[in-house]
Design a binder for this molecule. Structure first.
Ligand code: MN
Length: 286
């Protein structure tokens, strides 16, 4: 596949170190795009998860090496840590192999608009209905993600396109919708306060572009369910790219062998057991 050029790219919430991370798709995306600006908008490496259980497949190294290489070749790469990788916030202002670590950024589009770029967990204290967040990253969520993987494994075998199960469920949860609405409002308010034209964030795994009181609100989505990015063209137009749908991309490393099928099934069993164990906690927070 030839390299596809975009002026700028924003990705977030890859949650590397979790088994839900669609790392094969992420890697194929990073290998097939070329840009002047690359923003990694938080929760890229899930340090929380890594502390719980060490999980680091070879493909994660390739993704990180790929990003360093993109930076070496002249793309301006900015890493904005999120809440799952907040440990890197201590390094804000420093460079890591030509990757700049920043708490937030102001991006100027090709048509001269200024956009505030940040992960978005900063808004949680201001968002009234943020209990849904307790579910994101909890065992129930892991369980959904595991189910999602199993579902898509069968769909791939049937040559059906990728489908986000937990995304579909989440969209139907009223509380989650209310949280998302509040989050978007608060993000737009922050942009207005910074006197910029728009805001780009991640955090809530809900890719969207919308106008809120004259402020453009952008959300990158994630690489756990949606495999989405925001891309800017040479005219300053920003759109959502869904890698698995829009470009019919294939993951670079698929689960193919029977042993791996068994592994996924075991994963689901473990996630289910964990979910049952943690169910009391979930009811308490939800
Ligand atoms: Mn987050």
């Amino acid at each position: 596949m030839a390299k596809n050029y975009c002026r700028s790219i924003w990705i977030s919430d890859a949650h590397l170190c979790t088994r839900g991370c669609q790392v094969g798709y992420l890697y194929s995306f990073l290998k097939n795009v070329k840009c002047d600006y690359l923003y990694i908008v938080g929760d890229f490496i899930d340090v929380w998860q890594l502390k719980r259980r060490w999980y680091w497949p070879q493909l994660f190294n390739r993704v990180i090496r790929r990003i360093l290489k993109i930076a070496q070749k002249g793309t301006k790469v900015v890493y904005i840590p999120g809440n799952h990788d907040e440990i890197f916030r201590d390094f804000a202002g420093f460079d890591f192999g030509q990757v700049q670590i920043q708490t937030h950024a102001i991006h100027e589009t090709a048509d001269g608009r200024k956009l505030l770029v940040l992960h978005g967990d900063e808004f949680d204290v201001l968002v009234k209905c943020h209990k849904w967040l307790a579910v994101l990253g909890s065992a129930a969520y892991d369980y959904l993600i595991a189910l999602n993987r199993l579902l898509n494994l069968s769909r791939r075998k049937l040559k059906l396109p990728y489908y986000s199960l937990s995304g579909a469920i989440k969209r139907k949860v009223k509380k989650a919708c209310q949280y998302i609405n509040n989050f978007e409002e608060v993000a737009a308010m922050a942009a207005a306060k910074h006197k910029v034209d728009g805001v780009i964030c991640g955090h809530i795994h809900h890719p969207i572009i919308k106008d809120l009181h004259g402020i453009t609100y952008y959300n990158t989505g994630d690489w756990v369910e949606n495999c989405s990015a925001l891309v800017e063209n040479d005219f300053g137009e920003i759109s959502i790219l869904r890698w698995t749908q829009d470009w019919h991309a294939e993951p670079l490393q698929e689960l193919e062998s029977e042993e791996e099928d068994v592994e996924v099934e075991q994963e689901v069993a473990v996630a289910l057991a964990n979910w049952r164990l943690a169910n009391g906690d979930i009811q308490a927070v939800g």
